[in-house]
Write a protein of this length. Sequence first.
Length: 94
Amino acid sequence: MVIFLYEIVGKKYLQWHGSLAQLVITEEPELCKEIMSNKDKAYPKREPDTFVKKILGDGLVTTTEGEKWGKMRKIATHAFNGECLKVSFLQLLW
């Protein structure tokens, strides 16, 4: 028998990392959308740990600056466009 943590504590709960609290949300898509959109800047993105930055670099995943992230996202969107991927995939096959 497997018991998931959210079955015991609910769909929203605080998880503590030392003196820092982390809000954990499960199975609530609307609340997740609100947090991910973060239009009113109520949920700031924290700086990644130094070891994470060393592994992943200073890219789309680890950047916390809105303007920089926007530029990187725009570049990545073009790279992963469906048509571009089709051409790249066909080139890999030949």
